[in-house]
Design a protein around this ligand. Structure first.
Ligand SMILES: [Zn+2]
Length: 220
């Protein structure tokens, strides 16, 4: 049976956007820690360019969590928070990861048994200019707002040694098919969302598919 946010205590907290990386981090963490309870949380980030993305990511999240339960991974509860900063203009003034970590810190205050934060950064992220600085900043956000030291709240990076293709290989094909990483989903007929194939996330996925023909299912 799935856990309950109000009734149960949690060992760790795992942000889930519904994208490939956060899904892989969630899957590997639940699988390798069957005796520990995790709180999965999603932030519905509403801002100038979020558009269809929030709707599509919410759909992906629901399907992913349903898949995990159906496949015997039930050591989690789910919590969703909505932050609307659309009044601040088209370009969000803060990174998604900063908003996620700020919101996580509020949840950690509410559930003080949480001692681990699962961060879904992959090997390729570290090659990006300024990525380490961003990590340092979001760690500071977590520590400032929870008041927890490194020994009280550990940040784990289960995917940090994996490239994108390795991350995609690390999750079952039917779970991979449920993920959604495109930042600017389009509505395509009939009654469906389609990837834009132009945002950085689409470009990375399309490149992996191109370099590894016939390995990944269609529709991701
Ligand atoms: Zn896209």
């Amino acid at each position: 049976m799935k856990l309950d946010y109000h009734q149960d205590d949690f060992f760790g907290i795992i942000p889930l956007s519904g994208g490939i990386d956060s899904t892989a981090a969630l899957y590997s963490t639940l699988k390798s820690n069957p005796d520990k309870n995790f709180l999965v949380f999603r932030i519905d980030m509403v801002h100038g360019t979020s558009g269809h993305r929030t709707t599509r990511e919410a759909m992906a999240t629901e399907q992913i969590l349903g898949w995990l339960s159906k496949n015997g991974l039930e050591n989690f509860a789910f919590r969703e928070l909505r932050i609307d900063y659309s009044s601040l203009g088209m370009t969000p003034p803060v990174w998604d990861s900063e908003v996620v970590n700020f919101a996580a810190s509020l949840v950690i205050q509410a559930k003080p048994t949480i001692q681990v934060f699962i961060e879904g950064a992959i090997k390729d992220d570290y090659a990006e200019l300024g990525f380490e600085d961003r990590l340092t900043k979001i760690e500071k956000i977590l520590r400032l707002h929870t008041g927890k030291s490194a020994s009280e709240l550990e940040i784990q990076f289960p995917l940090k040694e994996k490239s994108k293709v390795e991350v995609m290989r690390s999750i079952p094909e039917d779970l991979l098919k449920l993920t959604w990483s495109c930042r600017y989903p389009k509505i395509v007929a009939p009654w469906q969302f389609g990837r834009c194939h132009e945002c950085p996330q689409c470009k990375v996925i399309d490149k992996v598919i191109e370099l590894n023909p016939n390995e990944f299912p269609t529709g991701i």
